[in-house]
Design a protein around this ligand. Structure first.
Ligand SMILES: [Zn+2]
Length: 268
């Protein structure tokens, strides 16, 4: 192809040919991101054989908070029907230290698997919790690259909804999490941060690399479990998108929204 001078480029313009390279995983997984699996299996067993120190229902389209001591195990169960949840985590003694979804994504992957950890923000960068059990683990990665429990999505919010739908609304994970931390913990909207999207099936389209979602494959009785690696304040929103079978911006029927059950187990 002959080159032409493009005045707005200021130099000869010809299509560039780029050298090809195989992909290299950016981050070597640090030792702290690789847990001793049998140790965590033991911790899980001891906690489940211990006492239930917290049990609560997060009603549909709302959020709740609870605390955990280091070593406690939390089980979040799809207790009535398919439903996704958005989770936030803070160090109980210092809420400036909070979950860092972006670095968790880089250290592990876009979608968390059992034995992956949830990391805190800079300058702390410590494991806050370790994912230890998932009844949906064999979903794996589907034919479209979709997978569960992502640390990609930020949380649904009414500000973005207004950009898309042109209407005001109060009814999102962001507004639910805000209400819960304000009313239950005396915190503020600024304390709500990017989430761990549990039970949600998401990926990126091959052609345009856009974030996509599919209806959650979670059914009544499915659950995930994680162990606290520090004393935690935790918040969970039962997403007003329900099972995510309706696209963001469209009206969500009440029948596709359900509560989530939370239990905290502590070793005797
Ligand atoms: Zn949501």
């Amino acid at each position: 192809m002959s080159s032409t001078t493009q005045p707005w480029c200021g130099k000869d313009f010809k299509p560039r040919v780029f050298k090809k390279h195989p992909p290299t995983v950016c981050y070597d997984k640090p030792a702290a991101a690789q847990v001793n699996k049998s140790h965590y299996d033991d911790l899980r067993y001891q906690a489940i054989m211990g006492d239930v120190v917290e049990s609560l229902i997060v009603p549909k389209r709302t959020a709740r908070t609870w605390t955990m001591q280091k070593g406690d195990l939390c089980r979040v169960t799809v207790c009535e029907g398919s439903q996704v949840g958005d989770m936030n985590f803070w160090n109980l003694e210092n809420t400036k230290e909070r979950f860092y979804s972006g670095k968790t994504r880089q250290l592990h992957s876009t979608h968390l698997k059992v034995y992956d950890r949830l990391w805190s923000c800079l300058p702390y960068l410590r494991p806050m919790a370790t994912f230890v059990f998932d009844t949906l683990s064999n979903y794996g990665v589907d034919e479209d690259g979709g997978s569960l429990h992502d640390v990609v999505g930020t949380r649904c919010d009414d500000y973005t909804y207004k950009l898309i739908a042109g209407k005001d609304r109060v009814g999102s994970c962001h507004s639910s999490l805000t209400k819960a931390v304000v009313e239950e913990r005396g915190m503020s909207e600024e304390d709500v941060h990017d989430v761990w999207n549990i039970f949600m099936c998401t990926g990126f389209t091959n052609d345009t690399q856009q974030y996509f979602c599919k209806p959650s494959p979670a059914q009544k009785g499915d659950f995930i479990e994680f162990i606290a690696d520090m004393n935690l304040l935790v918040a969970l929103s039962a997403c007003p998108q329900g099972d995510v079978s309706v696209a963001v911006g469209k009206e969500v029927p009440d029948e596709i929204c359900h509560p989530l059950k939370v239990e905290v187990f502590r070793k005797k």
